[in-house]
Design a protein around this ligand. Sequence first.
Ligand SMILES: Cc1cc2nc3c(=O)[nH]c(=O)nc-3n(C[C@H](O)[C@H](O)[C@H](O)COP(=O)(O)OP(=O)(O)OC[C@H]3O[C@@H](n4cnc5c(N)ncnc54)[C@H](O)[C@@H]3O)c2cc1C
Ligand code: FES
Length: 278
Amino acid sequence: MAIDDLRNEIDGVNASGKRDRTVAVTGNQEIAPGFFRMRLALPSANRVFSPGQFFQLAVGTGTTAPFLRRPFAPAELSPESFAFVYAVVGEGTRLMSRLRPGDRVGLLAPLGKGYARPVSGSRVVLAGGGGGGPSLGPLAAALRENGTEVISILGARTAGRLVGGDSLEPGSHRLVSCTDDGSAGFAGTAADALAAEIAGGRVDAVFACGPAPMLKAVARITAAKNIPCQVSMEERMACGFGACVGCVVEMLLPDGKGTKYGRVCHDGPVFDAGTIVW
Ligand SMILES: Cc1cc2nc3c(=O)[nH]c(=O)nc-3n(C[C@H](O)[C@H](O)[C@H](O)COP(=O)(O)OP(=O)(O)OC[C@H]3O[C@@H](n4cnc5c(N)ncnc54)[C@H](O)[C@@H]3O)c2cc1C
Ligand code: FES
């Protein structure tokens, strides 16, 4: 048995029943200024995660700050490992950017509920923006394998921030890149590119991941055309498994007459766009 398999065997299951592992970093490269792709060794990674699920990474040592784990979503899954793309935005991601192959990190996974997949034979659009875009890669691959036609949109503010297209490409029949300032690809936001796709042909479903303003625009565009839409929400998290109620989002009750709070880590992160109070 390989040493990593052995370590995974002896790692524990935490109080939430989630698998708490220590895994090895096998790669951590800067792919554009401020953006990194990290690869972690995880046997059967492609069976551990369902597209849209996420993991929490222990960034401090447990006795040093930051104490809270940070949530990320895989962009590439394989039988031996998985990779994710992350933007350096604060203390935790700055520490992550200093990790080297051979370093070991705590991993709590899989967490949350992923995307519900449509029946085969449909034509769908995946819309990603910012650091979250590449995490649509595993969904694109699963849909394409199921016979679905996949058009992916990857948006960023400017060309230098357009990262992770290579995670989306293998699962996409067509990849549309776009930038807010028009410095690469389609000139406009990911939501603008989605509106153009919908105007240009049949779209049976939309799946989106990115910053809240983008998701709000995607929800408005799809609602106006009655197209089913699922969105992966980003909220700051603490526990990551539903215990602390620190990551809530306001949702409509099924009868539409009131609202409730849903936990992004436990009830999501993927939600039907029509259930969110934007
Ligand atoms: C389910 C899920 C999946 C995610 N997947 C990815 C991914 O694949 N790639 C990626 O780059 N990022 C992803 N994120 C966001 C990522 O978790 C945060 O950027 C990260 O935790 C920031 O840690 P930090 O210590 O560097 O920043 P901090 O020092 O904690 O904060 C720095 C800044 O980032 C903002 N921020 C922190 N956490 C979040 C958050 N969860 N959502 C929105 N803004 C936040 C803060 O408000 C602050 O302005 C995901 C978030 C969630 C909830
Ligand atoms: S982070 Fe604790 S309930 Fe979601």
